[in-house]
Write a protein that binds this ligand. Structure first.
Ligand SMILES: Cc1cc2nc3c(=O)[nH]c(=O)nc-3n(C[C@H](O)[C@H](O)[C@H](O)COP(=O)(O)OP(=O)(O)OC[C@H]3O[C@@H](n4cnc5c(N)ncnc54)[C@H](O)[C@@H]3O)c2cc1C
Length: 443
């Protein structure tokens, strides 16, 4: 049977088979390309369930997809008979429950759009990925995304209250609810968060949301090296209570993003930029004063920072670095905050040993760095990348703080998880016995 016939229960305008349409789904923000055989654009749960049923019966691989901004190849097909299921037409906010601080939405809602809608209620959904103007909440839940505010507010996981998930053979699981806590059985909700579309497809997402702080202030400081900057992070976290952002940018990143203008007085070093948020202005001011004092005491030269400009630069780090070389690979190593200086030394040693340029920026406040390999020509620095991960694991770290595994980091999973990787494979087999969901990813 042709693909059009298999999916004839859908409006044919939402079943894309033309090459010029499918090519748009053949890549995400990672280097690998793979053309799907068909792209399906469901508009409701009923269609998703039917898609899953047909894919299971016909042994067609199914990759759920939001905005396609994955940095690890998670939203691209893996070859063979394969459908990409684009969730961006399922983009309704279904309910804002102010009393319970809970919002119910379809998976294709864009992060920033959700926050725009919540603004009217004085609420917000905090994780704040740099891709927030385009990425979807479905993609965020599937990757357990986070961003600059994780140091205070945590990751997407902390906010997922309920999910409806279409799983193998077209069954639908309803998990969690709008209650604050539960100790009822296995944490299946938690299992689906960060599962990268390999266990099922979300059709509805319930999120906890928070009152939005009314005041914020930024303070920055310049250091001789990124390592010196990171030595100030633990003392900062010890002395302060309301810092919501602690970001690192090395000199290359400041220059590439035009950060000189945002940080007046910058003289060419690494910078640490912090933001304090709160409901009382005096509290925020006091916090920034303490932060400036700590930064200075640890060798920093305090800089005037324009909040909007500096966060614009920080969010634009990836596209700005992409201008510096023919190829770029952005990694996502995460270590205990106390090991940040060691991780930065490791990055420098890997750069020297393999002769590859590595720019560094990231969420220093939660130990999540984005060493970014930059090179010209064909040869990817594979050995250097592997050594970076080995060093990260040796420091008690993890392969990914927020970007996930996808296809790009799969081969390194055994370094981190050892025999627990077998248990992950057993779970995958139990939940998706015919291997329909996002084949070739994570495990
Ligand atoms: C410039 C740039 C900056 C970025 N900054 C950050 C950052 O600061 N923090 C961060 O965490 N990430 C960041 N990312 C990575 C990426 O944006 C996030 O992983 C994001 O959450 C992905 O959302 P998406 O809608 O693009 O999902 P996609 O890339 O389309 O998909 C991601 C994963 O989600 C799965 N998925 C999508 N929809 C569903 C669904 N309905 N059901 C089940 N699974 C689903 C897919 O199968 C895939 O495995 C950045 C990416 C770029 C390009």
């Amino acid at each position: 049977m042709s693909l059009e016939e298999l999916f004839s229960f859908m409006d044919s305008r939402r079943v894309l088979t033309a090459e010029e349409e499918r090519v748009l789904y053949s890549y995400d923000a990672a280097p690998r390309r793979c053309m799907p055989e068909v792209v399906l654009r469901p508009v409701d749960e009923e269609e998703v369930v039917e898609i899953v049923r047909v894919c299971t019966e016909e042994e067609v691989g199914l990759t759920p997809r939001g905005a396609g901004t994955s940095l690890c190849g998670a939203s691209v097909a893996s070859g063979g008979r394969h459908a990409v299921v684009d969730f961006t037409l399922m983009n309704r906010i279904l309910e804002v429950d102010e009393d319970n601080r809970y919002v119910l939405a379809e998976p294709g809602v864009v992060y920033q759009e959700l926050n725009r809608a919540l603004e009217g209620y004085g609420l917000f959904f905090p994780p704040d990925p740099a891709s927030g103007s385009v990425c979807t909440i479905g993609g965020m839940v599937a990757m357990n995304s986070s961003g600059m505010r994780a140091v205070r507010y945590g990751t997407t996981r902390e906010y997922v209250a309920s999910l409806r998930v279409a799983v193998a053979e077209g069954k639908v699981l309803s998990l969690g609810g709008r209650y604050m806590k539960s100790s009822s059985g296995y944490d299946l909700l938690g299992l689906f968060v960060g599962s990268e579309g390999t266990l099922g497809a979300f059709t509805e997402i319930g999120l906890r949301v928070l009152p939005k702080p009314e005041h914020s202030r930024v303070v920055g400081a310049e250091f001789e090296t990124p390592e010196q900057a990171c030595r100030a992070v633990l003392p900062l976290l010890r002395r302060t209570r309301t810092l919501s952002v602690v970001e690192l940018m090395d000199a290359r990143v400041v220059r590439a993003t035009g950060g000189e203008e945002a940080l007046s007085g910058w003289q060419g070093g690494a910078v640490l930029v912090c933001e304090s948020e709160g409901f009382r202005e005096e509290e925020v001011e006091e916090e920034v004063r303490i932060a400036a004092e700590v930064l200075q005491r640890h060798g920093g030269r305090v800089l005037e920072a324009d909040a909007e400009q500096v966060w614009g630069c920080r969010r634009g780090a990836l596209p700005a670095l992409a201008e510096l070389a023919e190829n770029l690979l952005l990694e996502d190593v995460t270590v205990p905050v106390s090991e940040l200086p060691g991780m930065l030394r490791g990055i420098e040693e890997v750069s020297e040993r393999y002769g590859v340029e590595i720019a560094v920026f990231g969420h220093a406040g939660d130990g999540n760095l984005h060493p970014t390999f930059l090179w010209d020509g064909e040869d990817a620095p594979e050995e250097a990348v592997e050594e970076l991960f080995r060093r990260c694991i040796a420091l008690g770290g993890t392969l990914s703080g927020e970007h996930g595994i996808g296809t790009e980091k799969r081969r390194f999973m055994r370094f981190e998880h050892g025999s627990a990787l077998e248990l992950m494979r057993t779970i995958k087999q139990a939940v998706d016995p015919r291997g329909v969901f996002n084949p070739g990813k994570v495990v």
